[in-house]
Design a protein around this ligand. Structure first.
Ligand SMILES: [Zn+2]
Length: 383
């Protein structure tokens, strides 16, 4: 048995009363939570800092790890997308696999225990099978032309079955409103709703995305031209990209990723069960702009964090994402929830992750807080 104590213990949703001690057995199961005076003092491992559950990275693209330091920064979303599409085929399979392996290990060493990971192919599946991290794979579907919705949806179901047949968990996701038709989004959300699975979509990552849906001048037309996609049939006349597709969101769990240009108009559409996932470093890398954290949390506290991929980030360290939120909002409790239980709830894995609870096996991180900045000190237990 280990007796673990710290200046503070955050259980996933709240701080435990002062002087609480966690009793952990040899398999890292929390056997009990007691008071410090109930145990011999020299038996207690006491740490300066905050003990938290292992972190949940709600949005990553493990398969893009090989694009680290490849795409120029701060040139706007369309430039980023064109660079990504142009450069992603210039690498050897071994380089791609090595980068995936390193990225998975980096997350593990950064105290991340579960990841919501986007996949467009199966290149990362082997790493996910052998990883010490739990992965929820979002099989990401794209097709802006409604005529393709049926076929693409059916191929998604086949991919999901393949994923499950090798023992991995997952669900279907849409890439983004400008790349996935409303018909396809509806098919995906209906399927996920029926099967109690989480949906995910990149939301309002750039102003150009909103401009496109408003029917205004937008660099998105350059992106469609680059892709040789004829979109003359699409007549945009919406108040934002979120306004375009939000009627298709069902009452299941939805993760909206980025929200860099989500504003007052959109907030009223955010329904219960919808999680706002922030990936600030990717927003700075691509658009050099941060979401309006303070305004968003006036409307919802269902926030979580993601690292996005190494194509748009220099590290896969969830605390580096959460610290932007903490600095602006000064809300330590919500920051810690966003790092732990909210991400677990969003992915539907809160029975196993995101909480410190008696009787549950739990990974524990020790973090240090100074100048409104959280830093990982030590991983106390792995799940
Ligand atoms: Zn992403």
């Amino acid at each position: 048995m280990r007796y673990l104590g710290a200046t503070h213990i955050f259980n996933g949703s709240d701080f435990l009363p002062e002087h609480s001690i966690l009793i952990i057995d040899g398999s890292n199961v929390i056997k009990d939570i007691i008071k410090i005076h109930e145990v011999e003092k020299n038996e207690v491992e006491f740490y300066e800092g905050i003990i938290t559950p292992g972190f949940i990275n709600a949005h990553c693209h493990l398969e893009l790890s090989f694009l680290k330091n490849v795409i120029p920064e701060k040139k706007g979303f369309v430039d980023f997308a064109i660079n990504l599409i142009s450069k992603r085929n210039n690498f050897k399979q071994t380089e791609i696999l090595d980068a995936i392996n390193l990225a998975d290990n980096e997350m593990y060493l950064n105290g991340i225990v579960a990841v919501g990971d986007i996949s467009n192919n199966d290149v990362s599946y082997h790493q996910k099978q052998k990883s010490k991290i739990h992965y929820h794979t979002f099989i990401e579907l794209l097709a802006f032309n409604p005529a393709m919705a049926e076929n693409i949806f059916n191929s998604g179901i086949t991919q999901l079955e393949q994923l499950k047949s090798i023992g991995l968990n997952g669900s279907l996701a849409a890439h983004a409103p400008y790349s996935t038709s409303i018909e396809l989004i509806e098919k995906i959300t209906e399927y996920n709703f029926k099967h109690h699975l989480t949906f995910s979509i990149h939301n309002q990552e750039s102003e150009e995305e909103n401009n496109f849906f408003k029917g205004e001048k937008s660099t998105f037309y350059d992106l469609y031209a680059f892709l040789n996609a004829d979109i003359s049939w699409f007549k945009p006349n919406y108040q934002s990209s979120f306004a375009f597709y939000q009627p298709a969101l069902k009452g299941n769990k939805n993760i909206l990723v980025h929200n860099t240009y989500t504003n007052n108009f959109d907030y009223k559409y955010i329904k219960e069960g919808t999680y706002i996932c922030f990936c600030p470093n990717a927003n700075l890398y691509i658009e050099n702009r941060l979401p309006d954290f303070s305004s968003i949390i006036k409307h919802t506290h269902s926030i979580c964090f993601g690292t996005d991929s190494l194509a748009s980030n220099h590290s896969l360290n969830l605390l580096n994402e959460a610290n932007y939120f903490l600095k602006e909002t000064n809300n330590l409790n919500l920051t810690l929830k966003g790092l732990t239980c909210n991400g677990a709830k969003a992915l539907g894995i809160d029975d196993k992750f995101g909480f410190i609870k008696k009787g549950k096996k739990c990974a524990l991180n020790l973090v240090h807080l100074e100048n409104n900045t959280l830093q990982l000190q030590k991983i106390l237990t792995h799940a």
